[in-house]
Every structure is written in C-alpha cells, then in structure tokens.
Ligand binder design. Structure first.
Ligand code: PEP
Ligand code: MG
Length: 592
C-alpha cells in the first residue's frame, strides 16, 4: 500500500505507531442477489432466526462476563439484547425472505437498510449513533449466517485497532491492554469509543473518512491523536518526526502530571479552581487522577440513553450519591437532563422536529415531561445529603423557565420532606449560560441563582448561528468573535455584581490559548475534560494577571477575529512553546 494520510476527528490525544488490526471487517461478503425458490423459504427463515438466536446467545454470554458493579455496561448490553430480540426487526427481515424470496443474508441487509433509511434524515448525533449500533448488532447476526463466529479473534501483540465502530460489547471482549490506539470510521466526540479512549488515555481518531478502504490488516500506520490524522505506510521522515513527538509528549505528560497537585493560580496569586467535565460515572477516577478540584459538569444524559426503560429514581439516587461520596468533600455539579425525547426511552413520544437543536430539548423537554424531570430532581436532592452537591439547569432562556424549574424543585423538596427523606436544604442551584437571551438578561438571572456556568459550545452555536456539528461551517466557530467575548464579559461582570460565582464549562475552557483571555475577565473557575487539567494548570501557573488583563484589553479593542487569533496565538505560543506544542487550539489563524 502506498503512503497515504487520511483524517478524522481527534478525540483522545497522543501518538501511536504500529500495526493495524482490523476488527469487524471483511468477515463476510454478500454474494450477488439471488432469489431462492418457494420451497426453501421456510428453511431460509429458520436459518435467519437461528442466526439471530446465536447472536443473542453470544451477547448474553458477554453480558454475563461483565463485573456486577459495572451497571452502566450491563444496561447497554441489555438494551442491545432487547434490540436483537425485537420482533419488528425480525419481521421486517423475514418479510424479504417470505415475499421477495431473498437469501437470509440479503434479507438481513435489506431489513436493516430499511430501518436506516427511515432515520437517515435525523441530524442528532446520539440518535445516529444508535442506528449505527443497530448495524453493528446485525453484523453479529450476519457473521452467524455466513458461518463466522462473532467472537473477536484474539489479539496477540500490541496493535492499533481499526474498525467501523466499537460497541460496548466489543470493548468487553477486547483485551484493551494490547491496544495502542483506536481508529473508527464512525463516531464523534461523545461516542462510546471516544469516551473509553480518553478514560484509558489511549490516542483515538474517529469518524475517519475512507478508513475501511484505505487501511489493511497488519499494515504499518501512525495515529496522530492531536491532529486527527492516520498516516498509512509512513516514510522515514514521518517515522522519525512522529517517534520524536511521541517521546516528547510522553515525557511532557509525566512531568506535567507530577505537578498536578500544585494549586491552580497565576504567578501573582490569582486563584482559579479547575473542575472536571464528565459524562460517565466511570470517569470519576480520571478526575481524581488528574487532580480535578471537583466536578464542574456531570452530564447526566448517559444514564437515559441506550436503554429502553427510563432509569428509576433509586438507580439515579445511587449513581449521584456514589459520585458525590467518592468526590467528597470536593464539589459535584450535576446538570439536569440535557436531551431531547429522541434520545431517551423508546416509550416516549417521537416528535417530528425540523430543527431539533432549536426544539424540545433540555429544560424544555423536562417541562413537557415533568414526571421524568421530577424523578431526576428528587434523586439529585437525595444525593445532596452527602453535602457537596450542586444542581445546574441547562438551556435556560429566560426568567419564566427558570422560575418554573425552580418551582418544580421546591415541589420535589416538599415531597421528600413529607416522605421523611433527607436532603441538603441549602443545595446551591445554578444555570448554564448558553443562549444569547440568557446573556442579555444575565443581571436579572443572577439575582435568582447561586452560580452561572458558561457553556460556550452552545453559546457559540446560538450566538453565531453555527451548527456545532456541521463541518462545513466549523471554520466560523470562533471563540474570539467580539460578540462572544463581549457576551462572556457581560455575564462575568453581571454575575460578579450580584455576588455569584462564574464558571465556564464549554470546550473554550480547555483551550490553553483562550486561558489568558478568560483570566483577564476574572472567571472564578473552569471546568474541562479531566485529562486537560494538568496542562491548563501548568499554563495558568506561568501567567500573571497583568499579562492577562493587557492581552484582554488588546483583544477587546480588535475589530477582526483573525487578527485577534493571530495575536493571541503568537503571544501565548511565544511564552509557552513547550506546553502548547501538543495542543491544538480552536483559534484559526487564516486571514479573513
Ligand atoms: C456547552 O454547551 O458549552 C456545554 C458545556 O454543554 P454541552 O456540550 O453538553 O451542550
Ligand atoms: Mg450545552
């Protein structure tokens, strides 16, 4: 194979150099469509069901191997088992054998294709991931039809995993200690494989275009988890470059990690607390490992996804209470459900929304499904008894919504009191500032909450009118846009005037280039992925507040985003060449 570079989304930093190991690929090849005769139809249907049953059996075996305490994984496996058991999937597949006389393999392909087509138009990342899961699950059925086992072939040496996508079932079966990096054709920042890679600190690039046609089994490749590149059959220069980069990065990581327990403050003593964003309970170990001072954003959606039943109040109480107890006395901010109906529980209504990101999501969804919301509020309250829990509401657009959600919280408190269940009467309540409307009335909102956390991922999306998942407009996603900087400054100032704490939990908080700007505005805390905490802390500890205020002044006076980006990049990079060489920035430097 000739030298080639393919690109995807970098989701976990680091460099891996080694041989490709192709998983879930080339296991079968569909023969040209061939019709079967009427008399073999019953036999073919039996073969189809047999393959479904064998795949189901395989999944059950995997589920039984999962340790009992790993309830998250078991729940996902249970959902996968339910999907394969779903009579609708079997019926739609069987129909192709019965009515069109297709072979079981082709019937399966058509049946799944039909379901995929129905959902093709859905933009939502979580939902698309779910449809992809269906494809991966049916691959297990296909393996049985074509006479292959769906068990993963054993990995004997250290390899780079190359696959279409990775399900939790695959992860359980894999010997992850042998995996140097993950690369997948599907997926985004929040896919299962991305979260696993970050938790295990293995470099990963997902959503790689042409991955399956470009990389072959056992081929020598390099994975660049910084820039999202895969170099196939690298030349000498590339090999030397990446080998050096890999050792430099590992040495840097070790050094930075050694300093992780030092306080997060500037040279002149300005203290910024560094919290962690997590989405899976399991990530709590990374928070402690990287010395996060608490959890600034616990995204609670995961417990509602990938399952057909909603979580019970007791399940949620246990999850939140365990999290709070492990982190105690460090703070844990639990964010209420930030999802739309399509992502959670199949029994809920499925709405046709032409613009789901502007639709019924987050608190809007919760206010329509008050019973689901109330269950979560009651669970957070019960966990608050540990003493370090705060609650945060996402996507608040105005005082009406805020008062309504706070009203429901009061109701939940009354209920618990009547039932004799204990909770923290003074649990702090905050909101995310991620809509321009909330920015404009930050002074009013600040009177009614204990803290703000600025969600720049959505605030940039909604302020600049840029779909955060659309790669065609990603170049317009600019944190230093004057509109955004003015918004952040306005929110920080309004919050401080009201005497409340201001945090930031969007990705901008983990961009070392943006750090001096945020410090210049005097944010009180930042919340970022746990792995980035030591690096941000190191940069923070080398800055002075004077540098930051000066730079902010210049940037606020700038009339061009590209000039601001250039100025920030140059001034920061000159100060921290070592700290920044491994970290990409959201700040593009191209001319306007
Ligand atoms: C944000 O919008 O910045 C944020 C942190 O929330 P999420 O990425 O979960 O939407
Ligand atoms: Mg958000």
């Amino acid at each position: 194979m000739a030298r080639k570079i393919i690109t995807g989304i970098p989701v976990s930093v680091g460099i891996a150099i080694g041989r490709a190991y192709i998983l879930n690929q080339g296991h079968f090849c569909l023969a040209p469509i061939q019709n079967i005769s009427e008399d073999v139809v019953p036999q073919e249907i039996k073969r189809l069901h047999g393959a479904f049953d064998q795949a189901l059996e395989g999944l059950k075996n995997i589920r039984d191997k999962i340790p009992h305490e790993n309830t998250e994984h078991s729940a996902i496996l249970d959902t996968h088992i339910m999907i394969l058991r779903d009579p609708k999937l079997r019926e739609s597949t069987e129909k192709y054998v019965r009515e069109m006389h297709l072979t079981a393999e082709w019937a399966l392909e058509k049946g799944v294709g039909e379901i995929e087509n129905v959902f093709k138009a859905v933009e939502d990342e979580y939902f698309r991931a779910r449809v992809q899961e269906l494809r991966l699950l049916t691959q297990r059925v296909m393996n049985h039809l074509v006479g292959n086992s769906d068990a993963i072939k054993p990995i004997t040496s250290r390899v780079i995993l190359v696959t279409h996508d990775l399900t939790p079932a695959d992860t359980v079966e894999l010997d992850v200690s042998k995996i140097m990096a993950f690369t997948t054709a599907q997926g985004g920042k929040t896919s299962h494989v991305s979260i696993v890679a970050r938790t295990l600190e293995i470099p990963a690039v997902v959503g790689v275009e042409d991955l399956e046609t470009s990389v072959h089994d056992d081929e020598f490749i390099i994975v660049d988890g910084f820039r999202g590149q895969i170099v196939i059959d690298p030349d000498e220069d590339e090999l030397t470059h990446y080998t050096n980069l890999k050792y430099q990065f590992e040495a840097y990581q070790t050094e930075v990690k050694r300093e992780r327990h030092l306080p997060g403050e500037t040279i002149d003593g300005y203290r910024v607390r560094l919290f962690a964003n997590i989405e899976l309970f399991e990530e709590v170990s990374a928070v402690i490992d990287y010395a996060g001072e608490g959890i600034g954003l616990y995204r609670t959606e995961y417990s509602y996804l990938h399952r057909t039943q909603l979580p019970t109040e007791q399940e949620l109480v246990e999850e939140y209470r365990d999290l709070a107890s492990i982190m105690f006395p460090r703070r844990v901010i639990i964010r209420s459900l930030d999802a739309g109906g399509e992502k959670i529980g199949q029994e809920l209504e499925s709405l046709e929304e032409s613009n789901p990101v502007l639709g019924l999501r987050a608190v809007r969804f919760c206010l329509r499904h008050k019973e689901i919301f109330k269950t979560q509020l009651r669970a957070v309250l019960q966990a608050s008894q540990v003493g370090n829990v705060s609650l945060m509401f996402p996507m608040i657009s105005g005082t009406g919504e805020l008062r309504e959600v706070k009203g429901l919280l009061l109701e939940a408190k009354d209920e618990l009191r009547r039932e004799g269940l204990e909770f923290d009467e003074d649990m702090p309540v905050g909101i995310m500032i991620e809509l321009p409307s909330a920015v404009m009335i930050a002074d009013i909102l600040a009177r009614e909450v204990d803290f703000f956390s600025i969600g720049t991922n959505d605030l940039i999306q909604y302020s600049l009118g840029i779909d955060r998942t659309n790669k065609y407009v990603s170049h317009l996603y600019q944190p230093l846009h004057p509109a955004l900087l003015r918004s952040i400054k306005y929110v920080v100032d309004a919050g401080h005037r009201a005497g409340i704490e201001i945090s930031m939990c969007g990705e901008m908080a983990s961009d070392p280039y943006c750090l001096p700007i945020l410090l210049g505005m005097q944010v009180d805390s930042l919340s970022l992925n746990p792995q980035s905490i030591p690096n941000i802390k190191r940069v923070l500890r080398k800055l002075t507040m004077q540098d930051c205020t000066d730079l902010l002044k210049e940037i606020l006076a700038s009339d061009s985003v590209s000039k601001s980006n250039k100025l920030v990049r140059e001034s920061i990079f000159n100060k921290f060449p070592e700290e920044l060489m491994f970290y990409s920035s959201m700040l593009e430097t191209e001319e306007e």
